[in-house]
Design a protein around this ligand. Sequence first.
Ligand SMILES: [Fe+2]
Ligand SMILES: [Fe+2]
Length: 314
Amino acid sequence: MRFDDRRPFSLAPPIERDRTSGVRFTDETDLAAPDLFHPRLARAHRERLTPTTGGDVWSELARDHASRIAEAVFVETERGAIADRARTAPREAEAFVRWFEDLRETGPGQGDGLFPWLAREASHDAMRWFLRQEVAGEAGFDDLVAMTQVKLPSRAKLELARNYWDEMGQGRAAGMHGPLLDKLADALRLHEGDEPIVWESLALGNLMVALASNRRYAYHSVGALGVIELTAPGRAVDVNEGMKRLGIPGDLRRYYALHATLDVKHSLAWNAEAIGPLVAETPDVALPIAEGALMRLEAGRRCFERYREELWTS
Ligand SMILES: [Fe+2]
Ligand SMILES: [Fe+2]
């Protein structure tokens, strides 16, 4: 099946004003058809964030208006799904960081059987399918951090800056993280082929862009990015091991080998220098940080479940 992601979201008739709840959405923004919704939102995000030389300002604004509504419907729906658990997060900084770090063991999708299987059993084709999905859902950690740090308090901002600088290979093109993944994708020709990208991986990328590019979700984004640093190393170890077993050379595996260790350090620093101080200064941000972390983990859990369904039954 081919998705028509070129068809933009439209403003009318999807929005009906509802006197009690404000706005109600139907049709184009209907999340009941996520395999149509997420390719469209991914495309809208690409169009919104890609630098251009200009164009028709008014049609661009209308397009952004519609896609931002669709995006908000999606994020608010995801928030609703994790709200109860998020409310259990403490508001005192040290206790909050402990709660947050506990997500590594108890968060949604943690300890999924997919990863030991990738490490020990997956075929080359299965690994390639998995990596293709992962690359498609990758929103670019560097840009997400850059968008998130705008107008944060200095201590958190400095930590996001250090993290960003590592993403930038500390100023060396050869060490930049994004291109390391591109190199793997090119070598394995992950962008070629007909197998559809499952909506769950696009939803994960859409969530991260939505959180980082809307200031109302800035603290959600701090939580979501922090939980990636917290949980990525465990998965990266398995993926790297699986690729090694399948004979994929070390220079192509570098993205995963690097994140298996570097993100342990990133996570400790993110929690100590960004999350802890932000909550200590403003206890009210504990809830959105917790929600962001849980939404991101839930989006990952949904991917792993779909990946297993596709890989273990084919
Ligand atoms: Fe990275
Ligand atoms: Fe990192």
